[in-house]
Design a protein around this ligand. Structure first.
Ligand code: ARG
Length: 630
């Protein structure tokens, strides 16, 4: 995949001059940049503008049927010519030599098509060479772009992060799906990725759970189904706790002091146990550890169904005492730590951050807060991983919390860390499938997906469905449906789950993409080995439909790069939808033709489909999905 190898390939594709050099172009990873460089070079000579101006005036087109590249004439910044006139002038003067075909004027745009002849000869071997890495640019994660074997930048992606002994909420589900994508896209772009699950495994709620365990815990039930049992215990104790909570709330409403209420009953039991945990008393820790181990064990199995493996199960419990101390010492030293009736807090309004109001860092009874634990975790993680970037994939509701984390790091004088962290927020899932309504654990959601997929698949007929109706297919198509439905919404858009849309075999859905993938796999069976890219009859691929598949394949690296920049997976899904549509059209056409005695044509077609399949696989993997297998 070197520049030299590329020149050889270009020669075979009928391009004798080397690719003109342009600073922004990445011809090794992005075939579109090759065409762009040739066009910019020609354009620059025709209109005598700066090379960079010519290059920037050319945009990739990403609409089916609208050409490959677009010259946006006003961007050439030529004085005294109307953009439209410039377009028709250029349309006459642009040479019709490889790699370009006839240009099409379109208002102030000149649409330029690559000649089908060059396109297939160049692109198919190009994609074939790059294989699983096509669309990924591993140089992005390099510490030094000039040292391909050198060190890579490190990113921690924290995602999923459910709470112990409570329901796996849809927010955790969305975090899991988006987080998997964020981790994958970074890994593909050459980053060293640490996938981290930050469990809500510390805090007063664990104290309450322990109080529940005293009353309702059963060893037997716990052995049988640990998570279900802990949830049950939790629900029962919450129920028992309700009257006390109500009493406290009413008193607060009446402006009364609630210290007395909070110092007895379950309040006291809860706080005492949590205090024991914070003091690391062996008995308390042992019980907590059992709960935690069972939780991690169980979750691992469910995440595996999603193809996710965490590198670290960290959690709120893991904040080291040293880092906690370091945070508080820095806050004191910088004069931002205030004592208030026995608790310690930061009044952000005094530090240019009015919107963040006041936050408690350490409670009156000496226990740490969510904020303090998160701050200590930043220091711990930096000591352990010295990350270049850390991403929190967490619901939008916690936006203020993460602003506080960043702001506090700044106040502590740790701008170096504040600059490296990023909250990748997402909106709510507003409506659930009926199958999800009673879901409590991640596995319940996954089973729900399976169920709706089964119903949908049963309705499909033999000639529309290419995935087999096996158990494995159900699971894979079901999970794809879940991923794709979620990731096809912009992160900050909320949406309602819809079983029909989730499982449809048409449109931008998991089922449609996997189904097309399965159709490609079936078509290619026994036909891929020994494709000789040097001796293919490329003229067979010069029809409009095949060229359109090739064009879409060319656009893949631009797509993945754009998705990486914004961390919006929908970009990749829209792309895959276009590829699927076009591939289905050509496969349908192929089915209507007789291929006997047309071996050359078949070989060329198989090369095309094999590359389309590869691109689809790479796109699915970027989203966190495995492509369908028989
Ligand atoms: N466990 C938390 C929740 O369920 C999410 C954790 C978010 N991550 C963090 N570093 N605070 O709301």
């Amino acid at each position: 995949c070197t520049v030299n190898g590329l020149q050889d390939l270009l020669g075979k594709a009928g391009l004798d001059t080397p690719v003109p050099d342009f600073p922004g172009g990445d011809i090794v990873h992005n075939p579109q940049d090759i065409f762009r460089a040739y066009l910019a070079d020609t354009l620059q000579k025709l209109v005598e503008v700066d090379r960079a101006v010519a290059y920037d005036a050319i945009q990739p087109s990403n609409m089916t049927g609208m050409g490959d590249l677009v010259i946006v004439s006003p961007r050439l910044r030529l004085k005294g010519v109307k953009p439209k006139d410039l377009v028709s002038d250029l349309a006459h003067r642009l040479p019709r030599s490889p790699p370009f075909a006839c240009p099409i004027p379109d208002g102030i745009h000149l649409r330029v098509l690559s000649s089908p002849n060059t396109l297939s000869r160049l692109l198919l071997p190009y994609v074939h060479d790059r294989n699983t890495s096509y669309g990924y640019d591993s140089s992005i994660g390099l510490v030094d772009a000039k040292a391909p074997e050198g060190p890579r930048k490190k990113v921690i992606v924290e995602f999923s992060s459910p709470n112990m002994a409570s329901e796996f909420q849809v927010a955790h589900l969305r975090s899991t799906l988006i987080g998997a994508y964020v981790a994958n896209v970074h890994a593909g772009m050459g980053w060293d990725v640490v996938k981290m699950n930050y469990l809500g495994d510390w805090g007063k709620q664990i104290g309450l759970l322990a109080a529940g365990w005293q009353r309702f815990g059963s060893e037997e039930e716990f052995q049988k189904a640990p998570l279900q049992h802990l949830l049950q215990v939790n629900h029962k104790i919450e129920e028992l706790f309700k009257p006390e909570k109500e009493e406290c709330k009413t008193a607060k409403g009446e402006g009364k002091d609630v210290t007395e209420i909070e110092s007895r009953g379950l309040y006291a039991e809860r706080d005492d146990f949590f205090k024991k945990m914070e003091d690391k008393e062996p008995e308390a820790i042992a019980l907590w550890q059992r709960f935690r181990d069972a939780t991690v064990e169980d979750y691992k199995a469910s995440y595996a169904r999603l193809g996710i493996q965490f590198d670290e199960y960290s959690g709120e419990s893991q904040a080291s005492p040293e880092s906690v101390e370091e945070v508080e010492a820095a806050l004191k030293e910088k004069g931002v730590y205030e004592e208030h009736e026995g608790s310690w807090r930061i009044d952000f309004s005094k530090h240019d951050a009015k919107g963040l109001s006041t936050a408690v860092v350490r409670y009156r009874n000496g226990t740490t807060s969510y904020l303090l634990r998160d701050l200590a975790a930043v220091l711990d993680r930096h000591k352990k991983h010295s990350f270049d970037k850390m991403i929190y994939v967490v619901a939008m509701e916690q936006e203020m919390h993460f602003h506080r984390v960043t702001k506090t790091l700044e106040l502590m004088g740790r701008n170096d860390l504040a600059d490296k962290i990023q909250h990748v927020a997402f909106a709510k899932i507003t409506g659930l499938l009926d199958e999800f309504k009673d879901a409590q654990l991640l596995s319940d959601y996954l089973d729900g997906c399976r169920l709706v997929t089964q119903t949908a698949m049963a309705e499909e007929t033999e000639d529309t469905i290419f995935v087999t109706k096996t158990d494995q297919s159900l699971e894979s198509v079901g999970i794809s449906g879940l991923f794709i439905q979620d990731l096809n919404h912009k992160r900050t858009t909320s949406y309602a789950c819809d079983a029909k849309r989730m499982t449809a075999f048409e449109g931008e859905t998991g089922a449609a993409i996997q189904n097309c993938y399965a159709r490609l796999v079936t078509t290619l069976e026994g036909n891929v080995d020994g494709i000789d890219y040097d001796n293919l009859d490329y003229t067979q691929l010069e029809t409009e439909d095949y060229s359109e598949v090739l064009r879409i394949i060319t656009q893949f690296p631009d797509t993945t790069y754009a998705s990486f920049k914004t961390l919006e997976p929908t970009t990749v899904i829209i792309y895959l939808g276009r590829l699927v549509d076009q591939v289905m059209v050509t496969l349908d056409d192929d089915d209507d033709q007789d291929w006997t005695d047309r071996e050359d044509a078949t070989k060329a077609r198989m090369a095309l489909y094999e590359n389309a399949r590869q691109v689809m696989e790479n796109g699915l993997r970027m989203l966190g999905l495995s492509p369908w297998t028989a």
